[in-house]
Design a protein around this ligand. Structure first.
Ligand code: PLP
Length: 376
């Protein structure tokens, strides 16, 4: 198998498995219990909280563990709305992940007004559009750090500064950015920031939400006193420890990440664009994640190409894994190129630090052969 779908999910690092193992086998208590067998687990959770905080430049007390990026996104938007129920305007973009867009659409049915900011043909946002969209009714802006389909980076620092100066809360979905680019909430004044473990070599089913100190927060899931009453439910200590370990490793290895993935991504991208006719890059060439390339193969349905690639052991995708079962064209490509008919002719390749040059060579010839087969 040649796995080129790291924006969908990543393998669990062996160090993360090792760190989690005791909490599946011997240390399986409930951290809320009064006796030591349970309560001593709080220490492990707090270590993990510190590791996650360090990864994003925040403070220990500003991290809430959740079950995934989707829950983090929903919690942040919900908390912001609860902070001022009189204001009923939300701003987001047309290219956010479904965990933000679906929630916004549900909120529209609940009498909220949502502005979906457009992007240009490179997937970039215009800050002037954001400035214009903010009104006295706006309570929260939710704009992602890096797009999951194209890797395009939004100008989050400028977005955060605009939101702060206009007195609106800013939530950033940083699920795809964490572990790939530097994130430092002491330099970028976001109010809420979402992350999920399975995008940086922790298991699926564990995420976190950074909430800046003094920023309004209220639970999405009501229950016991866990997570300082901000998220009910007995904590999954093993997964929390795994998230912490993965965060520590991602932090330590951040400087090497781009050095490892960029030459591989560029080799694959150049190989496809130079040798296969009617291909085109989607997304800004420079302002994007170093591991992601999204390419249109004109006249070829992505599903057919992905099927042939799968037969040759190459894993890639046509867009978000969360929407892989829908037949519609990618909402991200449609927002970038509304007049193009190619929304369902795109493939996203996202490389990882464990890929090798020879895998890229094999993937390139698999793509070339599959395209030749499909064009007959
Ligand atoms: N936000 C973005 C940008 C994503 O790419 C994803 C997952 O693909 C999510 C949110 C949702 O994360 P999770 O799968 O942990 O719910």
């Amino acid at each position: 198998m040649i796995y080129l779908d790291h924006n969908a999910t990543t393998s669990i690092s062996p160090e993360v498995v090792d760190a989690m193992m005791p909490y599946f086998t011997s240390a399986w208590g409930n951290p809320s219990s009064a006796y030591k067998f349970g309560s001593k687990l709080k220490g492990a959770m707090e270590t993990a909280r510190g590791q996650v905080a360090d990864l994003v430049g925040g403070q220990h007390r500003e991290i809430i563990f959740t079950s995934c990026g989707t829950e983090s996104n929903n919690t942040a938007i919900h908390a912001a709305l609860q902070s001022n129920p009189v204001k009923r305007h939300i701003i987001t973009s047309a290219v956010e992940h479904s965990s933000v867009l679906s929630y916004c659409r549900a909120l529209e049915r609940d009498c909220y007004r949502v502005t979906y900011l457009p992007v240009d043909c490179d997937g970039l946002l215009k800050l002037a559009d954001l400035e214009k969209a903010i009104t006295n009714e706006t309570v929260v802006v939710s704009l992602m750090w890096a797009n999951n389909e194209t890797g395009v980076l939004f100008p989050v620092k400028e977005v955060a500064e605009i939101c702060r100066s206009r007195g609106v809360l800013y939530h950033c979905d940083a699920v795809q950015a964490v572990g790939k680019v530097e994130i430092d909430v002491s330099k970028v004044p976001v109010d809420y920031l979402s992350l999920t473990g399975h995008k940086f070599h922790a298991p699926k089913g564990i995420g976190a939400l950074y909430v800046r100190r003094k920023v309004p927060c209220s639970p999405l899931i009501y229950g016991g006193h866990q997570e300082r009453k901000m998220r009910g439910g007995t904590e999954n200590v093993a997964l929390i420890v795994g998230l912490g370990k993965a965060a520590e490793l991602a932090h330590k290895n951040l400087n090497d990440y781009e050095e490892k993935v960029l030459p591989l991504r560029d080799k694959l991208e150049k190989g496809i664009l130079d040798s296969i006719p009617n291909t085109e890059l989607n997304g800004h060439k420079v302002h994007r994640l170093s591991n992601t390339t999204n390419i249109t193969f004109r006249e070829i349905e992505s599903e057919a190409l992905l099927f042939l690639l799968d037969q040759k052991g190459v894993c890639a995708s046509s867009g978000s894994a969360c929407l892989a079962d829908s037949d519609g064209p990618s909402h991200v490509i449609m927002a970038m190129k509304p007049n193009s008919m190619t929304g369902s002719q795109t493939i996203r390749f996202s490389v990882g630090k464990l890929n090798t040059t020879s895998e890229i060579d094999s993937a390139l010839s698999a793509v070339t052969n599959a395209v030749q087969t499909l064009l007959g």
